[in-house]
Design a protein around this ligand. Structure first.
Ligand code: SER
Length: 668
């Protein structure tokens, strides 16, 4: 079974059990300024887990694209990747443990065909400081499931990962109690790490036993949560029913299930190989790298005669994995419209591709082959992710351009690096009369200066992390702190930089952009009047060329409705009304039902409310906003026209619209 088969099987299985299959949200969260990327399947569904009604009902399933930027440096081992797909199913106050656990188990055993003898489960041991009891309910369910399959169902108390390593496991044990560092899930980890307002709960994880030999570096004995690689977690059912408050943990209005399972890991279990890069979705790219570089991904025992060779092979394998992972991550990001840049999400695309160039060079992949590698990723995934085939040309061209651009400076950058290194060595020699750098010396004197790191970035395009990585290989350190300071100064100087961009959803404060901004307020008012007061802003992005606006609404708008919205806005503009500003406390504004606002918590205690009043005194719109706006509607030039209306994510619609300025009549 391929990765595509298993994804489909899972979605079909969940659909059969009454779940609506919803599309994956984009990699960038639509309405969540707290994080750059969706890092788990539940992230786009947080409002619904907290109690909002989802338009598709109370049972949902999907395969969500995820990106964990924090794992970039971990890539290279058998299981870490930056991009991954999380199979997910959710109960929004509907079913609970006694449905969820048997379903997932049956999916693994009956649908995917995993050997039940290789499946182990963990449960929450309880935490009195949080007031959440031991999950005996889940244990009883698991005991029954295993018993029905004729599998021994012994229960063990493990505690922490470390305690688990000391205790080990007995033959008949299949169900393991662990503490909150292992069997409690929230986006911020265990209960004490959760900020007020964050949701979470106890969970029950399923592990697959790959049967590899235990490595005592990870603890005396092996156990499901041991990191030696024998066991891999393949699914996590979170019983999401708590919210952290000022005073402790309270129950959410409804008890939810949030299940997530790594697609690649499940596929890896079916081939009984704990290397996720062996999964067909990734393996296609690995094979292509092998072809292009003439290198082998790995050797089997006995093929190598020296340990030294073995070491260099481990490095080769790491490089294969890094290139594969990074190209895949970049393909998916660009497919979602994130282009390489020096800020925010775009910076990660750049980092991935530039790091991949270095490792591709180490492997000996000829220059200019990135588009081909990107193509192999697109081919592996396009069956499910249609946007990859639709945007294929753009993805490949962007990747090609980034490779070319970086290569232009890479060689000179590396030369520059060597010069810097030499300089440091010279200093060292003079200082200590010693040829070799040791770490302590590096700390004292052998740091690459902030200025050098800054030049490597601005002149040679080396992301700071790349400079640090190369420095580390050479036994040097980088003055990161000083570098950040220089960067901050640099940004300050070029005020059009990242912070200024899209301030309050505006690309700039040009005249046309401001006209679009006021028009956007009128459009929201129109939508709320025509569709209903459930419509609120989910996101906004306005330039001098167009407005792009996301709002909560469960279904597609008909052409008639769009026309109605256009007319409403144009009629309002035509009245030639005024825009006025009031300042008031946030508290007061929030209590006033005539004032529309979203993202209240992003605003200070004192807020501005913009009111748009027609010349006949009709109040069209009152909205919380940071401005700026036109003073009078007559300043808005052009006819408001909606060019596109589409789905943006689950329950969110996106409108793109312009102010169409008619060509002035030719005067002879
Ligand atoms: N949110 C949980 C996780 O990411 C389960 O979906 O593991």
């Amino acid at each position: 079974m391929t990765g595509n088969d298993i994804r489909k099987k899972y979605l079909d299985f969940m659909a059969k059990n009454g779940h609506a299959v919803i599309p994956s949200a984009g990699l960038v969260p639509e309405n969540d300024p707290t994080t750059l990327f969706n890092g788990s399947g539940m992230q786009p569904l947080v409002p619904y887990l907290m109690g909002e009604t989802h338009p598709k009902g109370v049972r949902l399933t999907n395969s969500q694209k995820c990106f964990r930027a924090e794992d970039i440096d971990e890539v290279g081992d058998n299981r870490h990747t930056t991009f991954f797909e999380m199979l997910g199913n959710w109960s929004l106050g509907d079913y609970f443990k006694s449905e969820q656990l048997p379903w997932f188990y049956s999916f693994l055993v009956d649908e995917v065909g995993l050997d039940p003898n290789k499946i182990y489960v963990t449960v929450f041991q309880g935490d009195s400081s949080v007031g959440v009891p031991k999950d005996t309910e889940a244990v009883e369910i698991w005991k029954k499931i295993l018993n029905e399959r004729g599998i021994s169902n012994g229960v063990a108390e493990m505690g922490s990962e470390k305690e688990g390593g000391e205790r080990g496991m007995k033959e008949h044990e299949r169900i393991f109690y662990y503490d909150s560092s292992k069997n409690w899930w929230s986006r911020s980890g265990k209960p004490e790490k959760m900020p007020i307002g964050e949701i979470g709960g106890p969970d029950s994880e399923v592990f697959y036993d790959f049967g590899t030999e235990h490595n005592p570096e990870f603890g005396k004995h092996c156990h499901p949560n041991c990191d030696c690689g024998r066991f891999l977690e393949i699914g996590n059912s979170v019983f999401m029913e708590y919210i952290k408050t000022e005073t402790g943990f309270e129950k959410l209005p409804k008890r939810n299930v949030d299940f997530g399972g790594g697609l690649e890991r499940i596929v890896a279990s079916t081939i009984n190989n704990n290397d996720v890069f062996k999964v067909d979705l990734l393996w296609n790219t690995i094979q292509q790298i092998a072809e292009l570089s003439g290198k082998k991904y790995e050797f089997v025992k006995g093929e190598l005669s020296h340990d030294k060779d073995y070491d260099s092979c481990t490095k080769t394998k790491e490089a294969f994995r890094i290139v594969t992972d990074h190209i895949r991550g970049a393909v998916f990001m660009i497919g979602d419209g994130i282009l390489p840049s020096n800020t925010e999400q775009g910076y990660f695309v750049r980092r991935l591709l530039r790091r991949a160039v270095r490792y591709a060079d180490i492997l000996g992949v000829p220059a200019g082959k990135f588009p081909e590698l990107a193509k192999s990723v697109i081919e592996s995934y396009q069956e499910h992710y249609k946007n990859l085939s639709i945007n294929r040309k753009e993805i490949m061209a962007t990747i090609e351009q980034e490779e070319v651009q970086f290569r232009k400076t890479l060689e000179n950058g590396l030369k520059q690096f060597n010069k810097i290194e030499l300089q440091i060595h010279v200093n060292t020699k003079e200082l200590n009369g010693k040829k070799v750098l040791d770490k302590e010396n590096a700390k004292a004197k052998k740091a690459i200066s902030a200025k050098n790191a800054f030049d490597l970035f601005t002149t040679y395009g080396f992301p700071i992390e790349l400079t640090e990585e190369i420095a580390m290989e050479k036994g040097l350190i980088v003055d990161r702190h000083g570098f950040e300071k220089l960067m901050a100064e640099h940004r300050e100087k070029s005020r059009s930089g990242a912070e200024q961009k899209f301030k309050g959803g505006l690309a700039d404060q040009g005249e046309k952009t401001i006209q679009y901004h006021t028009t956007t307020h009128l459009m929201l008012a129109a939508l709320r009047e025509i569709l209903g007061s459930h419509v609120h802003q989910a996101g906004s992005n306005i330039t001098g060329e167009r407005l792009r606006y996301d709002f909560y609404h469960p279904e597609k708008l008909t052409p008639e409705t769009l026309k109605e919205v256009e007319d409403w806005v144009n009629d309002a503009i035509k009245t030639g009304g005024e825009v006025t500003i009031e300042t008031m406390t946030k508290d007061k504004a929030q209590k006033d039902s005539t004032i529309e606002g979203s993202f209240w918590d992003r605003y200070p205690d004192e807020v501005k409310v913009y009111t748009m009043t027609g010349s006949d005194g009709t109040v069209f719109s009152r909205e919380l906003c940071g401005g700026p706006h036109v003073n009078n509607f007559t300043e808005i030039k052009g006819t408001f026209k909606i060019n596109k209306e589409e789905s943006s994510s689950a329950g969110v619609r996106r409108i793109k619209a312009v102010l169409h300025e008619d060509q002035p009549a030719l005067i002879f």
